[in-house]
Write a protein that binds this ligand. Sequence first.
Ligand SMILES: Nc1ncnc2c1ncn2[C@@H]1O[C@H](COP(=O)(O)OP(=O)(O)OP(=O)(O)O)[C@@H](O)[C@H]1O
Length: 149
Amino acid sequence: MAEEQTLVLVKPDGVANGHIGDVITRIEHRGFTIDALKVTHATADQLHQHYAALVGEPFFPRIERFMTGGPMVAMIVSGFNVIEAVRKMTGATNPAEAAPGTIRGDFGREWADKTIRNVIHSSDSETSARREIPIWFPDRQYAPHQPEK
Ligand SMILES: Nc1ncnc2c1ncn2[C@@H]1O[C@H](COP(=O)(O)OP(=O)(O)OP(=O)(O)O)[C@@H](O)[C@H]1O
């Protein structure tokens, strides 16, 4: 438990369905700070880096099509224990299984194909946050705020 930063992406479905504000509001209401924020369009290269562990999966081409299919919002969010807290706010990978009250449980919609569209991404560990932040913000690195003495 410490001051941390996490990477949040509002994925193309979250942007297309009008949930940028909902995600930001939940983060702000929880008392976390948005250190950086931009609208961006993912490149194939960024996705290969971001989902490096999944590149060999049979569903990777579907993730790539979905994630490069429209604009996203990328954010660096900071706060005490923010990584675990935002993961809990995010909810389970499949929105159909995500608990009500989580972002995926509340804003995920049904889809007709096999592509999981789940509104947002959030870093799952400090190691992931360190790795992911510079992929989406090349001029930034993991740099949590110093706690007040
Ligand atoms: N079995 C699957 N079939 C189709 N797509 C999948 C499957 N498993 C994962 N994905 C896709 O890959 C993404 C990354 O999977 P991961 O296991 O890292 O889940 P996550 O950490 O909940 O999601 P994310 O990394 O996007 O925040 C998921 O968000 C989803 O879009």
